[in-house]
Design a protein around this ligand. Structure first.
Ligand SMILES: *[C@@H]1O[C@H](CO)[C@@H](O)[C@H](O)[C@H]1NC(C)=O
Ligand SMILES: *[C@@H]1O[C@H](CO)[C@@H](O)[C@H](O)[C@H]1NC(C)=O
Ligand SMILES: *[C@@H]1O[C@H](CO)[C@@H](O)[C@H](O)[C@H]1NC(C)=O
Length: 247
């Protein structure tokens, strides 16, 4: 009996009022897209570091799984493994366009990301013309002028007689802008001319790296944003987040 009362108390607490940084949008708002854009903009600073009181993790840094690079035999041979990748910047996005279909619980965003910065560790084995290099060290890089499309598809599920929105994993597609990469600790004992040349090869082949990193980054962003959205929509009911406003 005691447990039941405690559980009820928790249930009450769980249905806490919506915090001020979550702006609700009326279902019958004549410009619902505009309202949702404003609402996401208000929430954005919170996304970066997380919202501890709602157990929402921060987006940054975003940890990526290992990225492996294997270039073809006709190319310069570049084999590399990049590990411990941490990505900064994806939460500084700017919403370019948003389409909402509330009846289908579908939201389509197009977002601009001015700059993504990453750092990690590389293990590289490359040969190109007379240049052969095997080694490890830190890698850093910047991606600028990125865009991504994000499609969020959800379902309404019933919990204790209330409706809650639950999203399937978001669909994220990145469009590439410019990439700059730098390998540190090259040839600690060799000449800096070769180090410069190696970095040039890496820069010239940045697309190789980017193509391998892209799917991993898309997957990781999709998972992170889906988790965050679902924590919020699991906590506040559909009617709380999208109330009907009487005219
Ligand atoms: C809704 O707001 C957006 C962004 O401010 C604007 O571009 C669009 O024209 C508005 N649509 C309507 C139907 O008012
Ligand atoms: C990368 O990892 C693989 C094993 O997954 C290993 O065989 C290889 O030596 C590593 N280093 C490079 C530069 O490929
Ligand atoms: C990334 O950008 C920062 C700041 O703009 C700059 O200091 C750094 O050298 C850049 N790194 C690369 C690898 O381009």
């Amino acid at each position: 009996m005691k447990t039941l009362i405690v559980l009820c108390l928790f249930a009450e607490l769980a249905l806490a009022t919506i915090p001020p940084y979550i702006k609700i949008c009326s279902r019958n708002d004549p410009n619902l897209s505009k309202c949702v854009i404003n609402s996401v903009e208000e929430l954005r600073p919170k996304l970066k570091s997380g919202i501890p009181e709602l157990n929402v993790p921060g987006v940054e840094p975003l940890f990526l799984d290992e990225v492996k690079l294997r270039s073809g035999p006709n190319q310069a041979k570049i084999n590399a493994n990049i590990t411990n990748i941490k990505v900064y910047g994806p939460s500084d996005f700017e919403i370019l366009d948003l389409r909402v279909n509330l009846k289908k619980n579908k939201f389509i965003f197009r977002v601009n990301v001015p700059k993504i910065y990453f750092e990690g560790d590389y293990d590289i084995d490359m040969s190109l013309l007379l240049l052969n290099y095997k080694g490890q060290g830190p890698i850093t890089g910047n991606f600028t002028d990125y865009k991504f499309d994000c499609t969020m598809n959800g379902n309404l599920i019933d919990k204790n007689g209330q409706k809650f929105l639950k999203f399937r994993k978001f669909d994220v597609t990145l469009y590439l802008g410019h990439s700059y990469m730098h390998l540190g600790n090259l040839f600690s004992e060799t000449s800096s001319t070769i180090a410069r040349a190696t970095n040039e090869v890496v820069r010239d082949n940045a697309d190789l790296f980017v193509n391998e990193i892209k799917p991993v980054l898309e997957d990781s962003l999709a998972q992170k944003f889906t988790d965050i959205a679902n924590i919020i929509t699991d906590r506040f009911s559909y009617d709380e987040l999208f109330p009907v406003t009487k005219k």
